[in-house]
Ligand binder design. Structure first.
Ligand code: NAP
Ligand code: FE
Length: 368
């Protein structure tokens, strides 16, 4: 057995955890730069909660609330420059994966005078500022990963950077903050978390520890499915989904993702499909494609979910997600070609060709 296990994040989980652990904010400095989206910080209540604490603790702050969904390089450059001008001591990311990933880039750019594309060199002469992450979606697990996934217009896709210094130092994980999520976002983000667990579990970088974490995440997703399909989401389910999402993040921090995420990036970039939904649309065909290489593990996933077949899995996904995308033959080929260039494609348990990816996409997106 050979493996490494490192999570650079202190996880503080539970209802009211931010206020109860406010002393954690004392050692990070006196100037906080808050990175959030136009809606997530306010709608979740997390922004108001942390500003109250800053006032109590005498911490000065500045808010950047212009993080786009699927943030671009240009977007994080803008935020990074503001953080540098403010002379921030630490960065607080509040939101879904988009603001949390942006916060990691800002933590680097605030103290390093580099072009944003140099983020991808992944070594920085000055250590990134410490990051506090407060998730308001239950999906990406970005609060416990080193990854910052940014939209690269120059490459027509999304690409991640990150190293041991871009793990958030602290994550305050409280399901109170996901109560304001629209149902569609709950579904899409839950499927993202599930795909992290599954891709990590089946991918060829899986480890004994990541498998235990992934199996628990998958089992929890199975327990949430009924209520998720019924749009009957109470605090208990929200908390389970949020826990599952953190587990999923811990998995991919070690294993990376695979072709589900790779193909999904094109659906997001070119077709505007939300990240988790893009993954979900591809997942059944991903299982079928890998079935011969990973039969035992895929059967185990179905068992953990409490369902009997891949067909049943497909029906559940069809209930949760609408397939309303139309794609031309040229686009199928382009998306497959772009996915072949993603590093994560190498993590797939079955070796894939461009033709395989075209087939997976076509079968995934055909209607009816
Ligand atoms: P998101 O893009 O962060 O948010 C989706 C939408 O939900 C946005 O409109 C957002 O508002 C809104 N929202 C968020 N929280 C809310 C709340 N509590 N109440 C009401 N509305 C709320 O979606 P996401 O799926 O969480 O993140 C996706 C991004 O994360 C993608 O860029 C993806 O590539 C990345 N990702 C990162 C990792 C990683 O390891 N770092 C893993 C997987 C995915 P705002 O407009 O205010 O933001
Ligand atoms: Fe994801």
């Amino acid at each position: 057995m050979q493996f490494k296990f490192y999570i650079g994040t202190k996880i503080i989980f539970g209802k009211g955890c931010l206020r109860e652990n406010k002393s954690e904010l004392n050692n990070l400095g006196t100037r906080a730069f808050v990175v959030t989206g136009g809606r997530s910080g306010k709608a979740s209540g997390a922004l108001a909660d942390i500003l109250d604490l800053f006032k109590e603790l005498g911490i000065e702050y500045q808010i950047y609330d212009r993080v786009e969904n699927n943030p671009t390089i240009e977007n994080v450059k803008d935020a990074g420059e503001e953080a540098a001008r403010f002379k921030a001591d630490f960065i607080v990311g509040i939101g879904g994966g988009s603001p949390l990933d942006a916060a990691k880039a800002v933590a680097v750019l605030a103290v390093n005078e580099i072009e944003p594309l140099d983020l991808y060199k992944n070594t920085f002469s000055i250590k990134p500022l410490p990051i506090i992450a407060i998730p308001t979606t239950a999906g990406t697990g970005s609060e416990v990963t080193q990854y910052s996934i940014l939209t690269r217009r120059d490459m027509q896709t999304k690409m991640s950077f990150g190293n041991n210094d871009t793990f958030p130092k602290l994550a305050f994980i409280d399901a109170t903050y996901t109560a304001s999520l629209p149902y569609e976002v709950v579904v899409n983000t839950a499927i993202d978390a599930f795909s992290h667990a599954v891709e990590g579990y089946l991918g060829n970088r899986s480890t004994p520890i990541s498998d235990i974490i992934a199996a628990q995440a998958i089992e929890i997703f199975g327990k949430c499915l009924k209520k998720l399909m019924e749009d009957n989401i109470d605090f208990d389910i929200r908390e389970k989904l949020l826990y599952m999402s953190t587990l999923g993040g811990m998995v991919i921090a070690h294993t990376g993702t695979t072709i589900v995420h790779g193909l999904g990036y094109s659906l997001t970039y070119f077709k505007g499909v939300p990240h988790g939904k893009a993954n979900g649309l591809i997942m059944k065909e991903y299982f079928r494609f890998n079935y011969d290489s990973a039969r035992e593990k895929i059967d185990k996933i179905l068992e953990l979910l409490g369902i009997s077949s891949l067909e049943e899995f497909g029906e559940i996904i069809d209930t949760l997600l609408k397939k309303e995308i139309s794609i031309s033959d040229n686009e199928y080929n382009l998306f497959a070609a772009l996915t072949m260039k993603q590093r994560s494609t190498l993590n797939n348990i079955t070796k894939v060709t461009e033709g395989d990816l075209v087939g997976i996409l076509k079968r995934s997106l055909k209607k009816g």
